[in-house]
Structures are given as structure tokens and as C-alpha cells.
Design a protein around this ligand. Sequence first.
Ligand SMILES: [Zn+2]
Length: 337
Amino acid sequence: MNLSTLFKKRTIYKLMFSVFLIASCEEAKNTEEASTPAPPIIVEPEIFPELGYDGPYEVGSVYYGRENYIEYHPGDIPIILSAPHGGRLTPIEIPNRTYGTTVTDDNTYELTKVIMDTMKVHFGGTPHVILCRLKRTKLDANRDSIEAAQGNKYALRAWQEYHHYINTAKNKIETEHYSGLFFDMHGHGANPDGFYDLRTWLGYLIPGDVLDQSDISLNTKENANKTSIRSLIDTSGFDFIQVLRGKSSFGALLDSLSYKSVPSTNDPGPSGSRYFSGGYNTARHGSLSSGMISAIQIEAPKPGIRQNVSTWSQFAHSFTIAVDEYFFRHINRRIKN
Ligand SMILES: [Zn+2]
């Protein structure tokens, strides 16, 4: 090994040693950083503002609640429309519900908005409209808060907003008009055996087997007091059975406009087949226990009503006429003069 070669080797060693040092320094630095605990990222729990913070609610404006999960159109006529099962939003902050029904009532969001627009034209005033925009896998706004939100705080907040907006609408109606009507809009599908009942089911909280009784046994004050239209029966000049399925009943009015309904004069009861008599919203927001707002649950089939924009627009027109007539015959005044 000559001198020049030795020099070159030393230089290479030196270089290697320097590189090693640099690498060591980098490593040491990394180790040092890793061993010093990073300041914890404090995620402040989201504090929800008090319900009603987004009020006062003005007709013509739309309110959407937290993250746009709920949609509220304030109104000025004594009608409330609610659609709890037509939403499509699936945010990741809310896990899927693990029990209870999770089926979407297809197009009830659209149907309800078209009814709102039809009523605006027909009455020259706006109904109060509350729509759940969350898919039913995330929230069921027609159940108590436990089953509805299943422990998720964001779903619970949306549930609280939904019912806050309904309560706001009810209070305004009772103050300005004394009494009114609440419709909870739903859709029913084919029965488990495949048979599709194409009639619209109207829910007054009277179970199907009770509806299948004769007029005489059904027409009691006791039964009238168990319905979601208790206060409307009180103001009506007709007796309970007439309000329920006589010629001036909501079912008979819809039937006269070519939408067969249960109960009605022609279809007094479900005759033992599947039927929904009304859920949480109908019980909570109708006049079962108190108040002057009466509620009817509307379960519309998809064929002929929820199918497409043409079928739901046509239904919206007939529905509006039926509401106008029903209100006049039992609450004894016109919705809008
Ligand atoms: Zn439903």
C-alpha cells in the first residue's frame, strides 16, 4: 500500500465516520423527540347551543339545525307536515343503528316538499314542514330518543332539533289559530308474504283489530279518547265513527279523489291484513293526551303515489284538497280565507 492509497483510505474512513455521526445525530434527535411526550391534543367536547338559538323562525326562511341534518320550513297556516324516514345523509360521525327498523320510506322527503308547495298555492299560506335529512340507518325521528339515536350524541342532537321544530310549529299554531292538524308522512312496502296493499293507511292510534270491529262497538267515547284526533272529534259536529270512517272522514275524502284509504267508508278496516296505526310522532304530537293539534299518520304505497314526480305531484294535489275539506268539516272554519 503506497502513501497515496493510504491517504485515500483514511479519507474514506473519515467520510464514513462523519456520515455515521450525522446519522447518529439524526437518530439521537429522533429518539429525543420520541421520548419527550407530545403535548396532548385536547379535543374539546362539542357544546351544543341551546335549542331555539337559531330562532326566531321566519316564514320564507329555512333552518337546517346542526350539520344540516334536519330541515325546518316555518309556516303560517295551521298545518304541520313531518317526514321522519325520507332522509339520505350517512355521515361517518354517526355509526349505523344496530336495532329497530332501518328501512327508508322512499321519496317521502320529495313528496312532502311537493305537498308543501301545492299547499302554498292552494291556501295562499305556508304549512310548517319538518324533514329529517339523515338516513334511517343513522336516526329514526319517529321513535323515542333511546331507540332513535342509540347512544350517539350527534344523532340525539338531530332528534332533539326535529322535535323542537315541531313543538315550535305547534306552539305558534295554538297561539295564532287555536287548533290545527299534524300529518306524519310515511310509506309502506309489500307485506312479508309479497302482497302489496295499494291503499293508503291512515293512523289514528287505533289498532287494526279494533278498526275491524263494527261501527256500534267501536263508536264509544272511550275509543275516541284513545285517538290522536281526540280534540278534533270534540270540535266536530259529527260523532266519532263519522269522523273516523264516515263520508266526511279523511279516508273517504281521499277515496273520493281516487286514493283508496283505510279506514274509510268503503274500506272501514284492514280486515286482518297488515296495517300501521300510528307511531311515536302521532302519539306525541297529536291530541291524544292534551293540546289542540290533531295528528294522522299517512302510510302511502309506492305504486301510484311515491313512484315518481308525476305520481307524487298528483297525490299532493288531492291530499291538499282532502286536508282543506277535512279541516272545514271538523274544525269548522277554512284554513285560509
Ligand atoms: Zn316510516
